[in-house]
Each structure stands twice: as structure tokens, then as C-alpha cells.
Design a protein around this ligand. Structure first.
Ligand SMILES: C[S@@+](CC[C@H](N)C(=O)[O-])C[C@H]1O[C@@H](n2cnc3c(N)ncnc32)[C@H](O)[C@@H]1O
Length: 199
């Protein structure tokens, strides 16, 4: 299984954003939603081998993390507004309060807390940190099964999350020489895995 973890430093875990103006009313949840689409959806379908975590850390008092399971996901339309509507409904639901993921609808779960809720679920995975300036993915031998890739949002990855990942053995890799939008980095990684899996 492939996993993508996107850390939204500014994205608020509140359903009170406006669908007509997601970027300026949500702390740039739009960035995370585009990453979700890039990781989970292909033309006319869902990647059944992919799980996506979105950590919403924009309100330090109330961080929450969403999990989208490709194997179980249903009725995911690819446009940003539809995905944002799903996220809005999920954010209107309380998590279980104990820090565990609670299933809210088929294939979608929510937990109170940030990325610390995720690492245990990825204990069996090879961890990669997507980072500008790191060794290029093309020259790197890469696990293609049970892998997890961690990305930052428009302001990058928080320093403490990076330290935690390095301590857990994560390898920094890059997808090219330029600083890209996070969703484009996701697309390039997914493509690289697709190519390696089919060769
Ligand atoms: C818009 S970039 C972050 C830019 C931010 N100003 C910074 O310096 O960290 C968003 C995320 O996409 C990923 N990313 C962007 N370009 C990349 C590249 N060339 N290689 C690997 N990851 C990249 C990283 O995870 C980054 O945190």
C-alpha cells in the first residue's frame, strides 16, 4: 500500500470555511484537497492501493487528522469543490476524543491530533520525506510496496515533524530541481511508483 501524509500548517480543522472561497477561509485547505485528488484519484476511478492522511494543524488548540482509504473509498468526485464538501461534512463530525481514528463514512476517518496519530499506522512502511534539494527520486532505489511519503503544504514542513521523521529513519528525496506545488510533487511520486510497478 502507498501512503501520502500531507501536513497543513495553516489549514484549520473546522467545517466553517466557505466553499466559494476555500483558500482564504480555511487556511489553504485547497492545497491539501488537491493533494488528496492527486494521490487518490485517477481518471474514472480511485486508486485502491493508496491511503492519504491530511493533518490540519492551523488551529494549534485543535489539530485533527483525516484519513482517506483508497480500498474502501466511495463516491469521490474529482473536482475541488466536491472534495471540499466531503471534507466539510467530515470536519463537522466529532472524532472519538481518545486520539484514535473514527470512521465517519465509508473509507474516511478522523482523529483528534496531528501527525503523531499517523506514525504508528505507518510502522511497517518505508518512510520518505519529500523535500526540495534532497537526492533525486530517479536515482534512488525506492520501495514500491508499503511506502509512505510525507509532504508539507505551501509553507513547507514544520521543523518538529521533520525531526521526528528523520529519527524514525525517513529518507529525504526530491522530485526534481524546482520547488513545486505540493500536489504536483504527489503526482510525480505516484507516477514514479506506477512506472516502477509496471516495469
Ligand atoms: C510549495 S512546497 C513548500 C515550499 C516552502 N516554501 C518550503 O520552502 O518548504 C510544498 C511541499 O511540496 C513538496 N515539494 C515541492 N517541491 C518538491 C521537490 N522538488 N521535491 C520534493 N518535494 C517537493 C515538499 O514536501 C514541500 O514541503
Amino acid at each position: 500500500v502507498r501512503h501520502f501524509v500531507v501536513i497543513g500548517q495553516r489549514a484549520r480543522a473546522s467545517p466553517d470555511f466557505l466553499l466559494v472561497d476555500i483558500p482564504s477561509t480555511s487556511g489553504r485547505l485547497d492545497v491539501l484537497i488537491r493533494c488528496l485528488r492527486a494521490a487518490l484519484l485517477v481518471s474514472h476511478g480511485v486508486r485502491r492501493d493508496t491511503v492519504v492522511y491530511l493533518s490540519l494543524l492551523g488551529d494549534p488548540e485543535r489539530p485533527r487528522t483525516l484519513r482517506f482509504d483508497g480500498p474502501a473509498a466511495k463516491y469521490m468526485r474529482p473536482d475541488e469543490r466536491s472534495l471540499a464538501t466531503v471534507v466539510k461534512k467530515v470536519l463537522a463530525t466529532a472524532a472519538d476524543g481518545g486520539g484514535e481514528f473514527r470512521l465517519v463514512r465509508e473509507g474516511i476517518a478522523i482523529a483528534d491530533g496531528g501527525p503523531e496519530r499517523v506514525w504508528n499506522e505507518l510502522a511497517a512502511c518505508a518512510l520518505y520525506l519529500l523535500e526540495e534539494g534532497a537526492p533525486d527520486i530517479r536515482g534512488t532505489s525506492l520501495e514500491t510496496e508499503n511506502v509512505a511519503f510525507v509532504l508539507g503544504d505551501h509553507v513547507g514542513l514544520p521543523g518538529d515533524v521533520r525531526e521526528e521523521l528523520i529519527a524514525r529513519g525517513a529518507r529525504p528525496i526530491s522530485v526534481g530541481p524546482l520547488s513545486l506545488h505540493a500536489e504536483d510533487a504527489v503526482t510525480l511520486v505516484a507516477n514514479e511508483l506506477d512506472r516502477r510497478a509496471s516495469s
